[in-house]
Design a protein around this ligand. Structure first.
Ligand code: GDP
Ligand code: MN
Length: 392
């Protein structure tokens, strides 16, 4: 799960990481009031969307007085921000953060994430922070330093000190950096984060280190332990179909193609996407209905697929193990009877109760194309969709 910068900054602050003074705003009026409360400018107004690259896209603007705050706020609020990370459709800005602007002298990069290969939390840092960090990673990866943290020991001061030396911090800055690094690590572990990133970590004109940007991603599988974090979820920032899928506890990811897939098991779901592409089609989603899906869950999944206007055909590929094929068939029939299915539907059922499942589908009077195996099903759905597109 992702959260907004102002929410991440509040968490940083509660862990003792210095952040600029700032107030979130949902309207132009609120932005002006926020600046009034902060009293002293200059201010920086920042679009709050779950995406980086805002600076380059015009989502970060400066203002020296209240009139400029009003002006900039009305420009940013409601704009569709297209950044490198949003995709071409962009994001409509519905929240702003009004900060007292930091007088930045230098910009650094620091983050914590999990290195899957090492099986450890790693700290990644660079003295080349700011908006060009991706370019630095590509062109001068030697300017980015990594340190792995032993989970039994935690982040050791000597490690943070060593990192500070690599970044070129002086004594006073090093002291601050160590405190920030320790606080970030504590936050990362206590809140089950998957990413904590400060870019830029600014050194201001008085020599103080400040998190001039704040980003946190959380591990969804641990969210049940953090009701306080769940509260921070902003559904406006998420794909509506993914939100709907999460209500049914389905693993659903929206993609760009036109063939809807309903599969049980993450591995089979990935293989299904591959085989669809091998037959020249493009999947519109990843969907794993899981091992113990009920007819209701399957019906929910089916209606999510049908609600995508891009979907021109659906391939249901089930290998019944714990999941029984007749349960899947029942869910599909229930959903298909309720919702009008105007696209080709190919179903492959194999494994536990496959025969019973096929019988339910055959007796349903639905227009379903049965498939003998995975390749047969993929070939059929790709052909049917291609024919449908050729007709229209
Ligand atoms: P991002 O582009 O989405 O990562 O947004 P950031 O919050 O990192 O802002 C982009 C850039 O704007 C930063 O790299 C800074 O150079 C600049 N910036 C952000 N906040 C401040 C601030 O308070 N003062 C100054 N002087 N620059 C800022
Ligand atoms: Mn940033």
């Amino acid at each position: 799960m992702k959260i907004h910068e102002y929410q991440a900054a509040a968490l940083y602050k509660s862990y003792g990481v210095p952040v600029p003074e700032g107030i979130p705003a949902f309207t132009v009026e609120e932005a002006v009031e926020a600046a009034q409360k902060l009293q002293e400018g200059p201010f920086v107004l920042k679009a709050q969307v779950h995406s980086g690259g805002r600076g380059k896209a015009g989502g970060v603007k400066f203002a020296t007085n209240l009139e400029e705050v009003r002006q900039r706020a009305s420009e940013i609020l409601g704009m569709t921000l297209v950044t490198k990370q949003t995709g071409p459709e962009g994001r409509v800005v519905q929240r702003l953060l009004v900060n007292r602007s930091v007088e930045i002298d230098r910009e650094y990069y620091v983050s914590l994430t999990v290195d899957g290969a090492l099986g450890r939390v790693v700290m990644i840092a660079s003295a080349e922070g700011g908006m060009e960090i991706e370019r630095v990673a590509q062109e001068a990866p030697d300017k980015i330093y990594t340190l792995a943290i032993d989970p039994a020991l935690g982040l050791m001061d000597y490690q943070a000190r060593d990192m500070a030396a690599k970044l070129g911090f002086n004594q006073a800055e090093t002291k601050q950096f160590i405190a920030i690094a320790r606080a970030l690590y504590r936050l990362f572990v206590e809140k089950d984060c998957s990413l904590v990133e400060i870019n830029p970590l600014a050194v201001d004109k008085s020599g103080n280190l400040v998190a001039a940007d704040a980003k946190i991603n959380f591990d969804d599988n641990a969210l049940f332990r953090h009701p306080d974090i769940q509260q921070l979820r902003d559904l406006n920032e998420e794909d509506p179909r993914e939100v709907e899928a999460s209500k049914f506890d389905l693993n659903y990811i929206q993609l760009d193609g036109n063939i809807g897939c309903m599969v049980n098991g993450a591995g089979l779901a990935m293989a299904t996407m591959d085989i669809i592409q091998a037959f020249g089609g493009m999947p519109s989603n990843f969907l794993d209905v899981g091992g113990g899906a009920t007819a209701e869950k399957v019906a929910g999944a089916f209606s999510i697929l049908l609600s995508d206007p891009k979907v021109q055909g659906i391939f249901i590929n089930i290998f019944g193990g714990i999941m029984k094929c007749d349960v899947i068939a029942q869910g599909v029939v229930e959903a298909a009877q309720k919702l009008q299915v105007k696209v080709p539907l190919v179903v492959r059922l194999e494994g536990t109760n496959a025969e019973a499942g096929k019988r339910i589908l055959a007796q349903s009077n639905l227009d379903i194309t049965p498939a003998d195996d995975m390749a047969d099903g993929a070939e059929k759905i790709c052909r049917l969709v291609a024919e449908k597109e050729a007709r229209s």
